[in-house]
Design a protein around this ligand. Sequence first.
Ligand code: NAI
Ligand code: MG
Length: 490
Amino acid sequence: MAQAATARASTPKVQQTKLLIDNQWVEAADGKSFSTYNPATGEVIAQVAEGSAADVDKAVKSARRALESGPWSTMDAADRGRLLYKLADLVEKHANELAALESLNCGKTISDSKGDMEGVVNTLRYYGGWADKVEGRTIPVRGSFLSYTLRQPVGVVGQIIPWNFPLLMLAWKWGPALTCGNTIVMKPAEQTPLSALRLGELAIEAGFPAGVINLINGFGETAGAALVAHPGVDKIAFTGHVDTAKIIQKQAADTLKRTTFELGGKSPNVVFADADMDAAVAGAFHAIYFHGGQCCTAGSRLFIEKKVHQEFVERLAEKAKTRKIGDPLDPSTQQGPQVSQEQMDKILHYVELGQKQGATLLTGGERFGDRGFFVEPTIFDNVKDDMAIARDEIFGPVVSVLPFSGVDEVVARANDTTYGLAAAIWTKDIDKAHLFAKNVKAGTVWVNCYHVVDATTPFGGFKMSGQGRENGEAAIEHYTETKTVTIKLG
Ligand code: NAI
Ligand code: MG
């Protein structure tokens, strides 16, 4: 391996900690700030301006001005696309720095962060290409009329994102919003504001006019809630916990805002005895332990056909024991810390519950080290469908192994959840694969692979895993209003 790939990434310099309103970097109206942490050490990295309702109001007014007057409102669609391409180029140019900042603030390994940056670039370019391809229709109405549709921006969109994929979630929300001509007030997660702020700087450098992109750091109950309640916001796009989505949907009802939600899951990952075992073991491992299990699509319910159950869990446990946990900026690290003390405590609480309710703790289950928020890769075997660890989203490196016998049984058990984000099957039998894909209730189904997500493919949840879809053409639908124009002829 080349020297460069084995060297520890240098700790990035924090350049921006303020709020972005109307292309100006400003302190919070009330002068408040909050600490942002390095989850690998628990130490404070920086103080970040803490937005509240007054700042949200200023940002919404700026976004409204940009929407209705000024260069953005009359810009050619193709030129909006060019701005997205420019931003993508800037992310590519600064990818190493951005990845290191993401690892520092969020704790994801530097190799995962670099993967995220590729996703960010791909997403911005994909949506840049859409800008001049969002078309209306002409419609053959009755009578002597010409009817056609215009696709117009929804307006000022409030975007609230979580901490697990900070910049990738930003790109999933900026890309479709901007290509359709909307303007944005975004609230990054309170745990991980730093990379979004750096992207705000790059957006100004790319040439986005004032007010098109605003960033308000702060907490959900204050800045987030103010954004949801604001009558000048036309839509809320949210990624996070299902209980937060319920609060947002109720509050958004007062102004009847459009809402889209991308929520969590308890995704079934099903391994049949006829699968390629090496691929299935590696795949099941990646499904749960990628980013320490802090993935909405984490394969946290691992159904294994009884014939191969024993062999499979032994191989999985072997792999878990050799996982290299530690400094996220070291390229040889395979698992970094959980994002916060709160998340680590939640995970360890579920480990305790799993043991109390009678599941077999095969490996892991402890905090790793005594500094930072690390948790060992954990396997619970012989889990029952009604145990808390099989029902609740843990959002950590904890997998529940559930043995099964047949395809109908496993489809019914896979669907016995309030969630429906993702599902996967490992088999060489094409009939089983198609049957499962058709009958499992999930927005994404993987066959002999896992966590394959692309800017081009619709992503979202059935049931309580969400509403609407992100990525692909599907997101364009959610960021446009359709207007019918009818003209009397003759
Ligand atoms: P959360 O849903 O509370 O936070 C996500 C975002 O929503 C953050 O920006 C937060 O500030 C904001 N928010 C919180 N309350 C709000 C409110 N009342 N109004 C407006 N915005 C609000 O999630 P949290 O507390 O960070 O994590 C808790 C659990 O949520 C995790 O353990 C995990 O199970 C789940 N989660 C799921 C994610 C996913 O990708 N689907 C991402 C992050 C968390
Ligand atoms: Mg919360």
